[in-house]
Design a protein around this ligand. Structure first.
Ligand SMILES: *Cc1c(COP(=O)(O)O)cnc(C)c1O
Ligand SMILES: [Zn+2]
Length: 433
């Protein structure tokens, strides 16, 4: 449990704008807490989640209300734990395209494939969503700045949002993090602390710093609020489907938090009455080099065995000790979904499939999802009459290192003349009509 001292640093930025938050509730024993800075139950140490006064939410939160809201996650503010007014001072992520991927659906053999394209958020990953919500709590709680432990994308998202709000930002990353992610966090003005160790080491140190210096670490002491931002990816998806649910959704998993958020988002929409009570199969994808939750699912185990030294090209999923692992595993099982763990070579192939058939350049996390989709269509787990949604959570441009060996293809050096090139166009050319 972490309880921080309250030290106001910007009184004037505080907004008392309303929310419908009822309480923080322990996911294990149900004990209720006031919605403060707390991320675990003091009785059983289980994580907490935000609950809303659903009766009051229901009174205003209709499809029409949502349709007339802003083009960002804040259209769902009655089920977010931060005031819309304060939140909209940030970068306003969300309402990313849900792309109908007919080429890839045909190629892989499934009726309908939709990609929720979160590569186009303000800092090019879905992490802008959870950050947008948790960062606005930093003002409400009067903390001394923002922070995070990150495998890369969260660093940029927290740094950029902090820049927009004008507050200090401290990010802890494992050494060797993708340069594109490190340099963008530096460019946004964050203090970047490179830990000589893994993500899990960065996470442990962040816990200590958060406590000692009253800093709002978005994914640590503000974690219950953080996952609320992530659930908007599921809410947007069903809204963009005309308030219909897909048969299944495939979610990339690091700590498993995004997968739990997708489930919470769908459950709340059912409870409010915005979508029918049909079951969506919630499926998780992890790289084989860091398969914690997926390995437990595949072997039918109940225990999650941490991976000490994750090794995968999908660095944003390289979390050895997944904080939301047990919950993610139980959601996958209960919903009738699957978990899968493709190899790195399949992950790169998945990235290229999406890029070459749909024009979407995802980072390896997205490749992991597409690789799992391909494997599960091939083994018959996903039948060809399904509508599948893939969450593509990060942009490929930040993670180029693993493609520099030529696995995405090689440039053709032509000197500086067209001499001798005719054959090239004849063999590669294809008439477009
Ligand atoms: C953080 C992240 C995820 C999911 O992480 P969880 O820890 O499971 O919530 C997925 N994809 C990308 C690109 C990420 O940065
Ligand atoms: Zn408890």
């Amino acid at each position: 449990m972490i309880v921080l001292k309250m030290t106001a640093f910007n009184e004037t930025a505080y907004s008392s704008e309303m929310t419908f938050v009822d309480a923080l509730v322990c996911k294990e024993c149900g004990k209720r807490f006031p919605p403060g800075i707390r991320n675990a139950c003091d009785e059983c140490f289980a994580p907490l989640e935000v609950r809303y006064s659903i009766e009051s939410v229901r009174e205003i939160f209709s499809r029409k209300f949502i349709a007339s809201g802003p083009q960002s996650i804040w259209r769902y503010w009655p089920v977010l734990p931060a005031g819309r007014f304060e939140g909209e001072k940030g970068l306003n992520p969300g309402m990313t395209p849900l792309r109908d991927c007919r080429n890839l659906a045909k190629k892989l053999g499934v009726k309908r494939l939709l990609v929720k394209d979160d590569t186009v958020n303000p800092t090019y990953s879905f992490k802008d969503r959870p950050v947008a919500v948790s960062i606005s709590k930093i003002f409400e709680f009067g903390l001394n700045g923002a922070g995070c432990a990150s495998t890369g994308n969260l660093a940029g998202a927290t740094a950029a949002a902090s820049a927009k709000y004008g507050i200090p930002c401290y990010v802890l990353i494992p050494s060797g993090t993708d340069r594109g992610k490190v340099i963008s966090a530096l460019a946004y003005g964050a203090t970047v602390l490179e830990v000589n160790g893994t993500y899990d080491d960065a996470n442990r140190l962040s816990n200590l710093i958060a406590d000692r210096h009253s800093i709002g670490f978005v994914n640590i002491n503000l974690r219950p609020y953080y996952v609320e931002g992530s659930k908007t990816i599921a809410m947007e998806t069903v809204e963009q489907l005309g308030w219909d649910t897909p048969d299944s959704v495939i979610v990339p998993m690091g700590s498993g938090a995004l997968l739990t958020a997708v489930s919470k988002g769908l459950e709340e929409l059912k409870e409010i009455g915005l979508i029918p009570d049909s079951e969506v199969q919630i499926c998780g994808a992890q790289p084989s080099g860091c398969s914690t939750i997926a390995a437990a699912y595949i072997s039918g185990r109940d225990s999650i065995i941490p991976v000490e030294k994750p090794e995968t090209v999908a660095e944003s999923l390289a979390i050895g000790d997944p904080a939301s692992g047990y919950e993610a595993l139980s959601i996958i099982r209960k919903s009738g979904g699957f978990a899968d763990a493709p190899e790195d070579s399949e992950i790169v192939e998945g990235q290229l499939l999406l890029a070459r058939h749909e024009g979407i350049f995802a980072e390896p996390a997205g490749g992991t999802v597409i690789a799992s989709l391909k494997r599960k269509i091939e083994d018959g787990t996903i039948s060809n009459d399904q509508t599948v949604v893939c969450l593509i959570t990060g942009n490929g441009l930040k993670t180029l290192r693993h493609l520099e060996d030529g696995s995405a293809g090689k440039t053709v050096s032509i000197g500086n003349s067209i001499q001798g090139l005719d054959g090239l166009f004849e063999s590669n050319g294809r008439r477009v009509n």
